[in-house]
Write a new protein. Structure first.
Length: 308
């Protein structure tokens, strides 16, 4: 008998389960599929937004949107178009019910467990295909699947069942590979962080403009010091690297930010004769402010029991 067996809602960035249907089947096959559910939950940030995985007599389908993934387990003969219509309906209801702020700040697993009621009702409707009445146009979904078919994940792509083996699947939307190592995500950007980012770009642009002016002056006057040009361009590079450190996680990130701030201070000390005190104060203050924001924006942590 073709039917939907289980469904869950998972946060993409860390695999935190937000809601799930109640499962009564404790068979060996279902237990194995639950393991794959957990592995896929940890890999969602590396996977395309629409995927299918065949596991013996069962299929796992999921879609991801706005940082949340909607996953379902069904029998192998359940129609693909109905499976993705089911997921699409879950997605629309969840987005309508909960805003992104709530999903991004959730800490405990299954904190939206009340959404289970909607999952169960929808699952019952889609399991009774003869009397299924839904607002979703099946023809439209069928066309969409044909134009953009779900990415096929094999069990071997996941590696061992413990969930720690790397993924190495071809990228869904284009050429290249999906990175085997999960990318470390940083905490959400704050308003002070955005301000520091913009000010760092501004300081970099000012240094770049002054650097080109210094080159022009050097070409016109042979006695000009070329080291000023180097100082301006080093200041530009330091400001841009601060922006990079604020946006992306790298190893020794805090140490690099302090070293970059030190370089900014050294460049401004060397350019003391070409800038007044207010200009020097502005550049050093922005560098210090950006360093502080880099320090405050730490990698996202996971709840100790996020994968319960």
């Amino acid at each position: 008998m073709s039917m939907i067996l289980s469904a869950s809602v998972v946060r993409v960035r860390d695999g935190l389960p937000l809601s799930a249907s109640t499962d009564y089947d404790q068979s060996t096959g279902m237990q194995e599929c639950r393991k794959y559910f957990k592995i896929l939950s940890r890999k969602l940030s590396q996977l395309p937004d629409r995927c299918t995985m065949k596991t013996g007599q069962y299929n796992i389908n999921f879609i991801s949107s706005l940082g949340v993934s909607y996953m379902m387990l069904c029998t192998e003969n359940y129609p693909s178009v109905l499976a993705f219509c089911f997921l699409d309906e879950l997605q629309k209801e969840f987005i309508t019910t909960y805003n992104m702020m709530k999903t991004n700040t959730a800490v405990r697993p299954y904190c939206f467990i009340e959404f289970d009621n909607f999952i169960q009702r929808t699952k019952q409707r889609y399991n009774n295909t003869r009397s299924l009445s839904t607002k979703m146009n099946l023809a439209d979904m069928q066309t969409e699947i044909k134009l953009r078919p779900p990415y096929q994940i094999s069990v071997s792509d996941l590696g061992s069942a413990n969930g720690f083996a790397p993924l190495s699947v071809a990228e869904y939307r284009g050429t290249g590979k999906i990175s085997a190592a999960p990318h470390q995500r940083l905490e959400p950007v704050t308003l002070p962080g955005i301000v520091s980012f913009v000010l760092s770009l501004l300081c970099g642009a000012l240094n770049l403009i002054r650097g080109f002016h210094a080159i022009e002056s050097l070409l016109q006057n042979e006695g000009e010091d070329f080291s000023y040009v180097i100082a301006f361009f080093l200041g530009t590079a330091a400001c841009l690297y601060q922006c990079y450190l604020f946006v992306y996680y790298t190893g020794w990130r805090n140490a690099k930010s302090f070293l970059t701030f030190g370089l900014i201070c050294l460049c401004n000390m060397y350019l003391y004769e070409l800038r007044n005190l207010w200009q020097l104060f502005f550049h050093v203050t922005v560098g210090a402010f950006s360093t502080l924001q880099i320090r405050l924006r730490q990698p996202q942590g996971k709840s100790p029991d996020y994968n319960v």
